[in-house]
Write a protein that binds this ligand. Structure first.
Ligand code: ASP
Length: 438
């Protein structure tokens, strides 16, 4: 079984971190394809190499002197090379980057050099082949990842090799120039490489021992999830849980390859397994909690609205005309509630409301802002009675007024709406009742 291992910026921030990564890779000879990010922060006040490179580009583009960040970039790599005692010089590469900045600065090319240079160092350090992502990863005319072209070139290439380092974050655009994914995109490269070589697992190494059941800024020391399905992860990620790049899930999910989130600073921890399906139960009824603030509710009341078969469509149309996605539609007998994001709604508020008034002639129309949505997610919820009751008991005990409830048909999640000012308390109460008290 082959493993693809992707290391994030903090795992490769300096020579000491590189050495830990080297040990992890050497300790398991199935870890054959390695995808590095650019060096990240060494401490809280540090600057990521990618950010320094963007700064070089901005200055160069404006015709200004870019040497301060540029020299900082060079220093970061030279420190790593010296710290690892490598017989490697990147001076030709630095000259090429400098030349491009002076004569034809390109944003994506400049940013991508963070991963490119780190990939060269990693390949030298491990004695692995180096594959420039520019040769094997492609984007189409619309700027999207071109999976057909990429796999037709990348898969046979990986087949030929016993091992290789493929830098993350970039590939070649339709115009033949270097193009990057959006920020955090090395996760996507790792997933693509895993799919291309039909890996048995995609290991994503970071600086936490897996995904946490709740935001650690809200709940202190939340438990780590051992297993989570792709669908649960989508629900949590959509509600704000930051995990890895969202688009990184699709290539491996399609191929049925599990993702294992691991901690470079604590490699003995088993981390979190993200899988398509699992019979494994989580220790708790719920898998995780996530939430976002700042939603609005629009409550539309009209007697006998249910006898009008086009009522919902007409209301939806008023939002669609203003490009406002509908988040949730909890309904009553003669009321319909639409939940939308405040930032998307507020600027078109009056247009939407007057359209609704005109098209469906409601008896009343109420708008409220400052609502937070909290998703309580778990594949285990459908086989447990009393889960919803438990959520509401937690909120009632904390004297939090529930403004909205929505249970997905899949019974994978329950979404509750609470006032913004009660958001953190609500998350803590729900966490407490399921984790500490279970
Ligand atoms: N280095 C890039 C960034 O900082 C990509 C990545 O780390 O995944 O966004």
């Amino acid at each position: 079984m082959k493993k693809v291992v992707k290391f994030g910026g903090s795992s490769l921030a300096d020579a000491k971190q590189f050495a830990k990564v080297g040990e992890i890779i050497r300790s398991d000879n199935s870890r054959v394809f390695v995808v590095p990010s650019a060096p990240g922060k060494r401490h809280d006040h540090d600057i990521k190499v990618t950010d320094l490179l963007y700064e070089c580009y901005e200055l160069a583009e404006a015709g200004k002197n870019f040497y301060e960040p540029f020299l900082a970039v060079k220093d970061r790599y030279n420190e790593i090379i010296q710290g690892l005692n490598l017989n490697l010089s990147l001076s030709d590469c630095f000259d090429e980057i400098e030349n491009k900045l002076l004569h034809e600065p390109e944003k994506d090319y400049t940013a991508s050099r963070g991963e490119y240079l780190n990939g060269l160092i990693m390949a030298n350090y491990l004695g692995y082949e180096f594959i420039d992502a520019k040769e094997v990863i492609f984007f189409d005319e619309a700027g999207n990842f071109d999976s057909d072209k990429t796999y037709s070139i990348l898969s046979p290439k990986l087949e030929e090799l016993n091992n290789a380092v493929i830098p993350g974050f970039y590939g070649t655009g339709y115009d033949g120039k270097v193009k990057t994914f959006s920020r955090g995109g090395s996760d996507i490269t790792g997933s693509i490489v895993a799919r291309a070589c039909r890996a048995g697992v995609y290991e994503n190494w970071t600086d936490v021992s897996g995904l946490l059941m709740a935001d650690p800024h809200i709940v202190s020391n939340p438990a780590v999830m051992k297993n989570i399905t792709y669908r649960e992860l989508r629900e949590l990620a959509y509600m704000g849980a930051s995990v890895m790049h969202e688009d990184a899930i699709f290539p491996v999910k399609k191929a049925g390859i599990p993702i294992n989130i691991r901690n470079t600073n604590s490699p003995e921890d088993t981390g979190t397994w993200i899988v398509e399906n699992t019979a494994r139960r989580s220790k708790y009824t719920i898998t995780g909690i996530a939430g976002r603030k700042n939603f609005c509710s629009i409550v539309i009341a009209k007697d006998l609205m249910h006898s009008q078969s086009d009522f919902y469509r007409k209301v939806a149309q008023c939002f669609e005309e203003n490009n406002i996605p509908l988040e949730h539609l909890p309904s009553g007998i003669d009321t319909m509630t639409v939940i939308v994001q405040e930032s998307k709604f507020i600027e078109h508020e009056q247009e939407v409301l007057s359209r609704i008034t005109k098209i469906v002639e409601p008896e009343s129309l109420e708008v409220e802002s400052g609502i937070s949505l909290i998703a309580v997610v778990g594949r285990g919820m459908k086989s447990q009675t009393g889960t919803a009751a438990k959520i509401f008991r937690a909120l009632a005990d904390a004297r939090i007024n529930v403004r909205m409830i929505d249970q997905g048909a899949s019974e994978l999640n329950v979404i509750v709406g609470v006032p913004n000012e009660d958001f953190e308390r609500a998350v803590r109460s729900i966490y407490h009742i399921f984790v500490d008290a279970e």
